[in-house]
Each structure stands twice: as C-alpha cells, then as structure tokens.
Design a protein around this ligand. Structure first.
Ligand SMILES: NC(=O)N[C@@H](CC(=O)O)C(=O)O
Ligand SMILES: [Zn+2]
Ligand SMILES: [Zn+2]
Length: 345
C-alpha cells in the first residue's frame, strides 16, 4: 500500500472566493493547498469589466495572509453588454485568464447572465481569435426541462451549437455532473475540456434526499444518479488531460443553506486534497492524482505546472473542522461521509 505521495502543488480551476469577511475567511483555506485558482466572478454585483477584475484581484491580494503563496487567476462575467475590446485588453495585459458564461438564472448570482447568445457573438469570436478560454456553467434554464436533465440538454441546445458557430473557441465545461458531458468532452478532438468537482466524485442524488433533506449536499448542477457519479470517477482517474480539478468550493453561511429555500453550493476547500487522495486510491489511480490536480489544468490554460510540491501521507484519520467561522457567520465544511486517511503534510 502506498503510504506517501508527492505531487506538484495543485491548482483549483473553479473556485468561489466571495468578498469581504467571507473572502477573508475562505481564502486561506484554498491558499494553504492550492497555488492558483480560477476565481469565479459571480459576486453581487458581478465582476463584469476589466476594472472590476482589477479591483477584485487587489481585494483578494489584500486579504491574503502574509507568507502565503497564492495567485488568483481572474475571470470576467459575460453579459450581453460585454465589450470585446475590454476583454481583449484585459487578456493582453495578463489580468484575466478566462471569461465565464452563466445562462441567465442558471445558478447563484446569475441574473445578469446571457439570455440571447447572438448578443455575445462578437465577444466569443474575439475570444476564439485570441485563444482566451470560455468557462461555461452548462445548464439550460428552460423551466420545462427537468433539473436532472438540464446539463445534457445544454450540450445539445446550447454548447454544441455555440462551439460550431465559433470555430477555435476554447471551452471549459465547468463542474460536469453527467456521463453525457463526459461523453461529449471525450468525443471532441480539440478546444474542449471539463472541470470535475470533489463533491461530485463522492455524492449522488441519494445523498441529498434519502433519510431527510441534506442542504449541505445541495449544489448546482445538482448531483445526479449513481451511474453518472461513476462516469465522473472514471473520467477524473483516467489520465485524460481534458479532465481536471475545479472544486467549485462555494461557501454560503449555514443560515442560508439550512433554510426553506437553501442556497446551492458545497464548501470543499479545506479537505479537498484528502478526499481526492481517498477517491483516487479507491480507484487504484493514485499515480494519476497529480495529472488531475496539478498538470492537466495548467496544460489547458497554457501555464507551467507549479514548481513547488505537496506531500500526502496515509495514516490515522485526519480531522477537519466541521465548520469554519467567518465574519458573516458559520460555513459548514463538506462531509464526505467517510474517514479521511490522507493528510496533507
Ligand atoms: N455550484 C453552486 O452550487 N453554486 C455556485 C455557483 C455555481 O458554480 O454554479 C455559487 O456561487 O454558490
Ligand atoms: Zn456553476
Ligand atoms: Zn461554481
């Protein structure tokens, strides 16, 4: 049995750092393990312009405790008013690493997202030209479509048509939850990758609904049936460089989760690496953990892997706090439901 594993320091290719007191509390939880993260722009109000992204990056760096080494990779929130020239300038200056597409109404703070894809055509064409990736929340918002089918419907109705209409556009399908998405990604020969979260490798929809409703397992896209979870595990542990880690760690304070209308999001930043080592060990794929957490993402984004390393050691169960305190209130840490034997040294 492997007792210790040293990998390049990981990155998180999909992270919610929020702002203000929440940012102060959650940033060290990610920076402790991850060298870089693609920072999601769904603040209220969203990070829409390059000026917004610069100001947000400054707030993140100001919140970073001294001695911690962390680089936020900024994104812009695509709206129907986004100016292609502003995007180009933000990319050219190195300020942003991607643009994020939220279909309007699909998820937390997505009200200013895109309704009419013809209205963002100019931005997408420009992004294809300059090689700037589009990160996509891939769910249709049509109320007629069952929530468990919204990702699969998005591929056929939106993603595939948009990619065909914009040759060369580089796309990351974020937080994929279905075998349909895995199959779509593997069927394409270029310009498409996907992030997979920690929690979608661990839970299926039963975890949310059996024996009582468990708000801390509710996130979007919602966890699907077991066959889909198994497809995600196979993709994550396959060594296929089109799949890489995006935790989608998405903190909400407990009163907003444990509510009659609870917010979507799982907070996995503190224990993600211990959980992933457990999952990869179960799949007999520990030697492919580094690819998933530390190599495939940089390769897609055209960045070098981190020089620093991380060592994980197997031993007695590691305790993570069940929740962290923030200036806004407590935030529950994702509970994988099994003891974690892999400790980050
Ligand atoms: N994943 C979630 O359930 N929630 C995210 C939004 C998102 O990534 O869709 C959040 O910002 O809370
Ligand atoms: Zn999302
Ligand atoms: Zn997210």
């Amino acid at each position: 049995m492997t007792e210790s594993l040293t990998i390049r320091r990981p990155d998180d290719w999909h992270l919610h750092l929020r702002d203000g007191a929440m940012l102060d509390a959650v940033l060290p939880q990610s920076a402790r393990h991850f060298a870089r993260a693609i920072v999601m722009p769904n603040l209220v109000p969203p990070v829409v312009t390059s000026a917004d992204a610069r100001a947000y990056r400054d707030r993140i760096m100001a919140a970073l405790p001294g001695g911690m080494d962390f680089t936020p990779l900024m994104t812009l929130y695509l709206t129907e008013e986004t100016d292609p020239d502003d995007v180009t300038a933000a990319h050219a200056s190195g300020l942003i690493s991607a643009v994020k597409l939220y279909p309007a109404g699909a998820t937390t703070n997505s009200a200013s997202g895109v309704r009419d894809f013809d209205r963002v055509r100019g931005v997408l064409d420009k992004m294809a030209e300059i090689g700037l990736p589009l990160c996509v929340h891939g769910e249709v918002t049509d109320p007629e479509v069952d929530i468990f089918d919204r990702e699969a419907a998005f591929i056929d109705r939106v993603l595939d048509p948009v990619r065909r209409a914009t040759p060369g556009l580089r796309v990351v399908m974020e937080h994929v939850t279905t075998s349909d998405a895995v199959d779509y990604v593997t069927s394409q020969d270029r310009d498409l990758a996907a992030t997979i979260t920690t929690h979608h490798l661990v839970i299926n929809r039963n975890h949310i609904l059996v024996g009582g409703i468990r708000p801390h397992y509710y996130c979007l896209p919602v966890a699907k049936r077991e066959t889909h979870r198994l497809a995600l595990r196979a993709a994550a542990t396959s060594g296929d460089a089109r799949f890489f880690l995006g935790t989608d760690s998405a903190p909400h304070i407990d009163p907003l989760k444990e509510s009659a209308c609870g917010c979507a999001g799982c907070f996995t930043a503190p224990n993600t690496m211990s959980i992933l080592a457990h999952v990869f060990e179960e799949e007999n794929a520990l030697k492919r953990l580094e690819g998933f957490t530390s190599l495939h993402g940089p390769a897609f984004y055209g960045l070098p892997p981190n020089e620093a390393h991380m060592t994980l050691t197997r031993g007695d169960p590691v305790a993570y706090p069940p929740r962290i305190d923030t200036g806004d209130g407590p935030v529950t840490v994702f509970d994988p439901g099994f003891p974690l034997h892999w400790r980050v040294d």
